[in-house]
Design a protein around this ligand. Sequence first.
Ligand SMILES: Cc1cc2nc3c(=O)[nH]c(=O)nc-3n(C[C@H](O)[C@H](O)[C@H](O)COP(=O)(O)OP(=O)(O)OC[C@H]3O[C@@H](n4cnc5c(N)ncnc54)[C@H](O)[C@@H]3O)c2cc1C
Ligand code: SF4
Length: 554
Amino acid sequence: MIANLLKGSRGPSANDSRFLLDVHRRDLPGLDTMRRYGDDEEVDLVVVGAGAGGSVLAQRLARRGWRIVIIEAGPFWHPDEDWVSDEAGSHELYWNQKRVIGGEDPISMGKNNSGRGVGGSMVHYAGYTPRFHPSDFETLTRDGVGADWPISYWDLKAHYEELEREMPVAGQNWPWGDPHSYPFSPHPVGGAAQMLWRGALELGVEMRVGPVGIVNGTFGNRPHCIYRGYCLQGCKVNAKASPYVTHLPDALAHGVEIRADSMAVRVEVDGQDRATGVTYVRERDGIERHQRAALVALCAYSIETPRLLLNSTSRRFPNGLCNNEDQVGRYVMVQGASQIAGRFPEELRMYKAPPPEVSSEQFYETDESRGFARGFSIQTVSPLPIGWAEHVLADGHFGAALREYMRDYNHWAVIGVLNELLPQPDNRVTLADERDEYGLPVARFDHSRSANDERNMEYSKDVIKGILQSSGAQDTLTIDRYAHLIGGARMGTSPRNSVVDADHRAWAVANLLVADGSVCPTQGAANPALTIMALSSRLAQRLADKQVGARTAA
Ligand SMILES: Cc1cc2nc3c(=O)[nH]c(=O)nc-3n(C[C@H](O)[C@H](O)[C@H](O)COP(=O)(O)OP(=O)(O)OC[C@H]3O[C@@H](n4cnc5c(N)ncnc54)[C@H](O)[C@@H]3O)c2cc1C
Ligand code: SF4
């Protein structure tokens, strides 16, 4: 009630990033004076990956006095020079390194699923920041599918609330899942999303504005969004939340070292099954180094974290670190993310707004009458011209027809779904025969859909087609695609069903943590970034408060 009244005037109490940012410069503040550690100095924690999970973990624990090094494969960004208002020019933001794909429904890798560089994938994420629903944590018990988490939504609730203040999240009061409000009021809605919202209402589908991690107002030294639509190219305004602006400035101010352009190649363990640190290679000289640490946290996301574990072989772990039970790399999930575009007589100019605007979670949970378990969410999106060309091509138009559709861009509006596809053990990351520039086997990701997944995707497309029809669309074009990555080193109740326990500790190596999207046993139909951050926030609190007790190796 009080939080609702105070709205954005109550900022986060333990994160000064918004004040540390420079009004006139976009570089990471504190980079020039960043603390440095020697490889031989045993730090309290070495984190692999400066993305959503790793940045929050480091920021929280640095504030509690921990000495921390983050090893990050990609570069420090200098947004004024490196980020451009252009889709093709943003290629460097993605994880473009070689990966092999397979299975009956192979997932194309690259710009749509992961990023590389300080700030991680959120540098070029769209900005939708929904919470998971309480049901996501117990799908096996409730619906007989998927898996139960060893923690519940209520373990994360306070962390969701704190992160929503730190981002800060803007949106209407949220009626779905655990109903809640947001610290910032909803953004105004652009013409394209308004058109779709009206159609949805006529069809009886309720949609709400947001939730987005985009400043609506001012927030410390972060200005209001200017509605120019380049969120997926890295926000040069600092209006869109990513660890680069929300957590890493505060982390640096509290003594974290980020070692960029450094690829972690192995986690080393001693004869007592304790991690001693991380071996990494710096891009500039190619020399292997070893950073010693009392505790290691892998935060390299759903493909690279399992790959790093699988590549960390030893006599004790010949099939990969913590892979004694053949669990590493299993249960990797993506969300079905089909999008349908509708043509309208009016000029809508969908690029004149952030891509995320209005969404619905009305179809999120299981409804047996639909003929499949679990559900999907609905979100408006707004592809820029190259994304639009991909959409038109996917519907089978090229040559003169493609050019005509491109010329007609300003008349189109796009709406999409996020389907909860269920975890399956054979949707997994393994090592391919091919090697990367460091001589390491690259990841192979096999993916196939279940019959439940297919029914969910088909049903959801009918719903958004209905929205376009009731909005008055004259023509529609469909693209079938996937988004996001989750799983691959999931948390569970035993080494037989998981890689880590409820405190993110590897079952086989007690001082090795996994704190990124790979720990999630299910993915819901919500975009994952806020949940990944909330998991790290909870873990950091438990580590700092010494609630993570000693456990000998399993
Ligand atoms: C185009 C796009 C749009 C998206 N839109 C949304 C959205 O609207 N809402 C949402 O919630 N989510 C969205 N996501 C997903 C979201 O960004 C990710 O789920 C989230 O950032 C994952 O967090 P993470 O900590 O697991 O990994 P990341 O944030 O990806 O961080 C992992 C980091 O580890 C580094 N790394 C990997 N391997 C190594 C290694 N061996 N050594 C050193 N460093 C390494 C990587 O360079 C990276 O910086 C989107 C993603 C993309 C790509
Ligand atoms: S639309 Fe807003 S949040 Fe997106 S890039 Fe532009 S200023 Fe940033």
